[in-house]
Design a binder for this molecule. Sequence first.
Ligand code: F3S
Length: 400
Amino acid sequence: MYLTKEEEKILNGEYGWGLAKAMQVIVSVGDSLNSEKLINIAHAHISGVSYGNIGEPGKKLIKQFADEGIKFSVKTTVNPIGYDTMDYDAIPFTRIDKSYIIGQEEILRSLNKMGADLTLSCTPYYLPNVNEIKKGSSVAWGESNAVVYGNSVLGIKTNREGGPISLMAAIIGKIYYYGLHIEKNRIPEIKYKIHKPEDYEINEVRAGIIGEIISKIHNNDKPPYLEEKLKNDTTIKEFSASLGAAGNLAMVVINGITPIRFDEKEIKETITIDFNDIKKREEELKPNGRPDLIYFGCPHTNKHEIEKIANNLKKINNLKTKIIITTSRKEISKLDRDALNILRSKDVKLISDTCLIVSPFGYKGLNIVTNSYKAYFYLTKRGIKVSLISIDNLEEVLRL
Ligand code: F3S
C-alpha cells in the first residue's frame, strides 16, 4: 500500500506507541485487501463497546490507548452498551451484575478520555452533526444498520467495519481505500421489483421481510437496487437493519432515496418479489397469544416513532402488556410533552444507552412482540419467541 511520508512516520512509531499500533492494524488489513492507499475519514462510529461483547481484553486495549493520552482524530460516536446508565434495572427479564457495570464504566471512561461522544446509540444518523456530513465523504462506521443507512440514505461512504477497525480508524482518522469507498462499487447491477396491488402498503415489518428475502437471494458484489419507493423513515430504517442483520449487506440503492446517479443500462438482471411471499412470511411471524413484552427500538427509535406509539396508546385503557422502547437520550429530549405524559400514564418505559440485543436480556421461551426484523433475527437465536407487528397495528396485539 502506498503511504505518505507522514503515514510512514506514524507507522514507524515516531508519534508514539498508540498511533503506531492503530496505523499497523489499518495498514495490515488494507494490505491484505490489496488496497492501494489510505483515505481520510470525516467521522467514526464505534460498535463493540459493550463489556459483554469485548470483555476484559477489549477493556484493557481501550484503557491502554486512553492511558497513553491517545485522542480520536475525528468526531467519534459510540454504539449502545448492555444497560441504561441512569437505571441499571430498566430492562425487564435482565440481570446486570456489579462486575459487568464496573467493567463497562472503565470502558466508557477510557473512550471519554480519548474524546468520544458517548452517544450510546446505534442511530448516529439522527444526530445533527452526523447527518450533515457532506455526501460522498468517507467515514468508518461499525454498526450494521447505521452502515446501510449511511451509505444508502445519507450518501456517505463506509464499509462495514468491525469494532476494532472503527476504533483504530478513529484514532488515525484514516481508513483503507476499498469496497464502498470506491464509487464504481456502489453502482447496482441487480434490480428488485415488488409485484403487488396498488393498495398493498409496505410498512416497517414488510420492509424487514423484504430485507430478509433480498438477503437470501442477492448474490452479487454490488449493492441491490430496490425499485419500490419506501414511504417513511421507519420503513427505510427497518429495511436497512434487516439487510445488515440477515445478509451482511452494507448498502442498498433505494429508488428516490439513495443519492446516487447511475444508468439503468448497468442493471444486468431484474428479480421480482411477489407480495404473496411477503404476506406468507408475515403470517408466519404474526403474534398469536398475549406476549410477555412488547418492544420497539431496534434500531433506536426516533422522536416521531415514539410519538406515534404514544398516539396509538391514547385510546387503550387497562394496558395489560408491558411495553418498552429503546432510544437515544437526544431523541427523548425532543419529545412532545403530551407524548411523554401518555407514555408515563401507561407505564411505558423509555430506555436509553442500550437495547434488548446488546443487553443480556431474556431467557428461553420468553415471548415478545416487536416491529423489528433485526430484533427477531438475533433474539430468536437466544431461544426467545419473537413475533412481528407494525407500530400501526399495535392495538391488535394489545387486544390479544
Ligand atoms: Fe441497535 Fe441494538 Fe438493534 S444496537 S440496531 S437496537 S441490535
